[in-house]
Design a protein around this ligand. Structure first.
Ligand code: ADP
Ligand code: MG
Length: 414
């Protein structure tokens, strides 16, 4: 079975080997077991269901939340010679009927649908006419209100699965790995005897550091002075902070760009381009900056303020070093940062349960800033990975410890 999978990887997709986790996930799906794959963005989740789809008889139904993502994937598959199609709101009812009929004839190995479709009992009935062997649910955290993109229509997936007379294999994927989200996915999608795979969250070319009690502006001036040639992002908590810091650094003679949601679309697009094309090396931004940013040579990501949770932090910091060369991730912490984040929670979230949840996540973020243990281990364990070492030896806390040891040795000598 797995030889077949490897052959497909090479012949259809043109890759020589699996990425971390892919092989185990595919093997589990092929063995007919429900699977939850938790892998970071860019980890290669799509292949984990596309390869089984090619191996299984019948059709694989893929539930995917974004029309644009769906279209991208299908174009890629068609280019590779894989029969795939989609059904979403961009089609007329007539086209939908046609596609279902074609799918019924077994014309597609993969059929992508938007979750909203499943709200219609009529449509769910139509799907029953297909021979579905595998259902893949992409961005599965959308089913959970604790996730960052709760989509009520995801709640219909579980019901739909229950209605299918011969239960297909179910596999779900997400990059969000908190315990509540994981439990929600399993419960609400109705996974059975599922195996959960958490892989590949480590980015070993990134170094992590938290600096406390620093004069943040002075630190930045020194850091940017020393790294004049490098490209980097400075994340701040608010638009106002972005504006202030932008003016401050510009006055000090640094070429910087800024990006936040208060700017006009055109300004934002222009700012993004100057950064992507290296005209401006340093971008000062709020968390509005980054979705889909794939700039390879970002050498540092500095958080001028602590972000609201570890998910945001790791995603933003992870924009450093995408080319595999070293990247520095530095978080400048001060107690005021916690107050800002509490304020933002109070401002934007009303439901009590969600508020409690946001406060818990904020606590984990604050703990990250205060721990004196290995930062990498802290991050990976937060995302559910098992870590066998105590010290990674290249995060701020691990290297600081060696410094202390060195000083003691020096002191002993004296
Ligand atoms: P995710 O959905 O986890 O964010 P994708 O499925 O979009 O990730 O894959 C990210 C990128 O990695 C894609 O460009 C994909 O073609 C590539 N990729 C996937 N699997 C492999 C592999 N085994 N070897 C090399 N590249 C791969
Ligand atoms: Mg994906």
């Amino acid at each position: 079975m797995m030889e077949n999978a490897l052959k497909l990887l090479k012949t259809y997709f043109g890759y020589q080997s699996f990425k971390e986790g892919q092989e185990q996930i595919i093997e589990n799906i092929l063995a007919g077991r429900d699977t939850l794959g938790i892998m970071p963005t860019g980890g290669g989740k799509s292949l984990c269901y596309q390869i089984p789809a090619l191996i299984f008889e019948g059709t694989t139904l893929v539930i995917s939340p974004l029309i644009s993502l769906m279209k991208d994937q299908i174009d890629t598959l068609l280019n590779l010679g894989v029969a795939a199609s989609f059904i979403n709101s961009s089609l007329t009812p007539r086209q939908v009927q046609e596609r279902i009929a074609q799918a019924g004839e077994g014309r597609f190995k993969l059929l992508y649908i938007a979750p909203e479709r499943l709200e219609s009992e009529n449509f769910r009935g139509l799907l029953q006419s297909l021979s579905i062997n595998l259902i893949a649910i992409d961005e599965a955290h959308c089913v959970s209100q604790w996730g960052h993109d709760f989509r009520p229509s995801y709640r219909h997936i579980g019901q739909f699965i229950q209605e299918i007379p011969e239960r297909p294999v179910i596999t779900a994927f997400t990059a969000t790995a908190t315990e509540e989200v994981k439990e929600d996915i399993i419960k609400l999608l109705g996974l059975k005897n599922e195996k959960v795979f958490v892989t590949g969250f480590d980015r070993d070319n990134l170094s992590f550091e938290v600096r406390k009690g620093e004069n943040k502006r002075d630190f930045l001036l020194d850091y940017l002075q020393e790294n004049r040639e490098e490209s980097g992002i400075i994340y701040v908590a608010t638009r106002k902070e972005a504006d202030n810091l932008f003016h401050f650094l510009e006055k000090k003679g640094f070429q910087v760009g800024k990006y936040h949601a208060g700017m006009k679309d055109r300004e934002r697009a222009a700012a993004q381009d100057t950064f992507l094309f290296d005209e401006v090396r340093v971008m000062i931004a709020t968390n509005a900056f980054g979705m889909g940013i794939d700039k390879s040579n970002v050498r540092f990501v500095i958080h001028y303020n602590m972000p609201k949770n570890m998910e945001s932090y790791y995603q933003e910091a992870g924009r450093a070093g995408r080319d595999g060369a070293p990247g520095e991730c530095i978080l400048l912490f001060c107690p005021q940062d916690i107050i800002i984040q509490k304020f933002l929670i109070e401002e934007t979230i009303y439901a009590t349960a969600r508020k409690t949840n946001e406060y818990q996540k904020l606590q984990f973020m604050a703990d990250y800033c205060h721990t004196d243990r290995c930062l990498r281990k802290y991050i990976l364990e937060y995302f559910g990975e098992r870590v066998s070492y105590e010290n990674c030896d290249h995060c701020g806390n691990c290297t600081q410890e060696t410094e202390i040891v060195d000083i003691t040795i020096e002191a002993q000598k004296i």
